[in-house]
Design a protein around this ligand. Structure first.
Ligand SMILES: [Zn+2]
Length: 135
C-alpha cells in the first residue's frame, strides 16, 4: 500500500472498521511513514474534538413546522387536478398545441440533421459559398 491508499483508508482504520490483515498493513505503514503518522494523529484529534461537541437539538417547533410545510405541499393541486378542471374543448386545444409543438420539433430536428450531414459531406462548402464559388 502506498501513502495515497493508506490515507484513503485512514478514517476506517481509526474507527476500527477494517479487517485485521488490512489494519495491520496500515499500522505497519504508519510506524514507518512520518507523513501518514502525522495525518493519522490529526484525524484522531479531529475525531476526538467532534466526539466532545455538545449534542445539537432541533428547535422545539421544528418538527411541527416541517410537517405543516410537507402537508401544504401535498395539498397543492397538481397537474391531474388541473387537467380535470379543463373543459373538453380546452383539453382538445391543449392536446392540439402539444401535437403541433411535437410536429414542429420533428420537422426542425430533421432539417438540422440534414444540414449537419451536408456540412460533414463537404466541409469546405461554406467557405466556397462565402467566396461565391459553387463547385
Ligand atoms: Zn505514508
Amino acid at each position: 500500500m502506498d501513502c495515497v491508499e493508506i490515507r484513503r483508508r485512514l478514517d476506517a482504520w481509526l474507527d476500527g472498521e477494517l479487517p485485521a490483515p488490512e489494519a495491520k498493513r496500515i499500522s505497519d505503514h504508519i510506524k514507518r511513514c512520518p507523513a501518514c503518522r502525522l495525518e493519522a494523529q490529526g484525524n484522531r484529534q479531529l475525531m476526538d474534538l467532534l466526539d466532545h461537541l455538545p449534542p445539537l437539538a432541533a428547535p422545539a417547533a421544528f418538527s411541527r413546522r416541517t410537517m405543516q410545510a410537507f402537508r401544504a405541499g401535498l395539498e397543492k393541486p397538481g397537474m391531474a387536478e388541473w387537467w380535470r378542471s379543463l373543459s373538453l374543448a380546452m383539453r382538445s386545444a391543449v392536446c392540439g398545441t402539444a401535437l403541433a409543438g411535437l410536429l414542429c420539433g420533428a420537422v426542425l430536428g430533421t432539417r438540422v440533421i440534414q444540414f449537419e450531414t451536408a456540412v460533414v459531406a463537404n466541409p469546405y462548402q461554406s467557405v466556397y459559398a462565402s467566396k461565391g464559388i459553387y463547385p
